[in-house]
Ligand binder design. Structure first.
Ligand SMILES: [Fe+2]
Length: 206
């Protein structure tokens, strides 16, 4: 009988009080939602492990299939929120003034402003999800992607560099649903560009 390794995740904590244009109340609610994803990721893993241990693994079993299908939603809900909160700071300084990130964005989009305009446009797309600037580790190129919910649109192996939550819960206490562009500008005012830059990887060929 194999031993299944249980790796329970512990919710991370952030000190982000005093963001510009994103209230502490919004953050408190949002941290609570994030903790729900951690809890549900742990729960799913536990339930699936239980089925494995009991010899109840079958693709034809709707219970097993549904648990497994939900992994993409809960795992990405957990991980993307960690990237999001990690790439904000209450002591932001406006933009990537220099360095490898500015170079990477400029190399991919021509200049920072063109990249930013595209990223904001992706974030303003109709629907519930995320805007993510990903780096292709094979060539270093940055590309902006729309993610539906948490799991539809992520590119396997690409590195998240800047992650923006555009679910309405991210801003509804501070802005009207139609004011998402205002929230996006607020997000930009709080970006921790150093944190984003530290995620860049050195391109490798494969
Ligand atoms: Fe969220």
């Amino acid at each position: 009988m194999p031993t299944l390794v249980q790796a329970a995740y512990t919710p991370k904590k952030w000190t982000l009080a005093g963001l510009q244009g994103i209230s502490d109340n919004t953050l408190a609610v949002h941290f609570g939602l994030y903790e729900g994803y951690v809890k549900n990721t742990n729960l799913l893993n536990e339930q699936i492990s239980g089925k494995i241990a009991a010899g109840q693994v079958s693709g034809a079993d709707p219970g097993f299939a549904e648990l497994t299908r939900r992994l993409g939603f809960e795992y990405n809900g957990m991980v993307l929120h960690e990237y999001y909160f990690d790439n904000m700071t209450s002591s932001a300084n406006g933009g990537p003034a220099s360095g490898a990130l500015k170079d990477a964005l400029a190399a991919s989009y021509g200049d920072f402003d063109t990249w930013k305009k595209d990223f904001a446009a992706v974030g303003a797309m109709r629907g519930v999800g995320w805007a993510i600037a990903y780096q292709d580790p094979s060539n270093g190129r940055i590309s902006n992607h729309w993610i539906t919910l948490h799991e539809d649109g992520n590119v396997a192996g690409f590195k998240p560099i800047l992650v923006m939550d555009v679910w309405e819960h991210a801003f509804l206490l501070d802005y009207k649903p139609a004011e998402r562009p205002k929230y996006i500008e607020a997000f930009f005012a709080n970006v921790d560009w150093k944190a984003a830059e530290s995620r860049l990887v050195t391109p490798h060929t494969h």
